[in-house]
Design a protein around this ligand. Sequence first.
Ligand code: MG
Length: 203
Amino acid sequence: MKIIAVGRNYAAHIKELQNEKPDEPVIFCKPDTALLRDNAPFYLPDFSKDVHHEVELVLKICKEGKNIETQFAHKYYEEIGLGIDFTARDLQNKLKAKGLPWEISKAFNGSAPVSNFVPLANFQNLKNISFDLLVNNELRQHGNTKMMLFDFDTIISYVSKFFTLKKGDMIFTGTPAGVSAVHIGDRLEGFIEGEKFFDFEIK
Ligand code: MG
């Protein structure tokens, strides 16, 4: 399986990082070695002093497809979960300044903790799903799919032009504002519509 992620999909987050609003989705990949499951702890890597949390809704692909048209995109995902797109911001900023790929700042080992998945049929309106991240019991990030620049179907369609999507692939759909550094001992709890999806510790 592969993990595909969307950057700059929430206006307030684009602003906080002083990035430009994109005309098309900004896409990057993480290898399967980035995946962390079952609330396993996240170990801070020694190559960064500024690892940020980015809470994101994650879609799971349910069948193979490429060049998927937007109107049929909904047939390719039927489950949703919640994850963190951990980002070594200091490294990323350095690479961005040089115009180099961010890969190592985004796709390193354990950089993609993901919760269990639930059927999308549980949700009445995919364009109004709220999610939250609490760090040490304090609300740090709040998002809602209605704030997305590119919705689920647009993302699936766009990504599938370049990468054939396969069953089991995961799509991180972008983070809302409020990203900040994590520290040893922090507890991260993620919620979709008030229901807890993950709960793990930084070590
Ligand atoms: Mg992200």
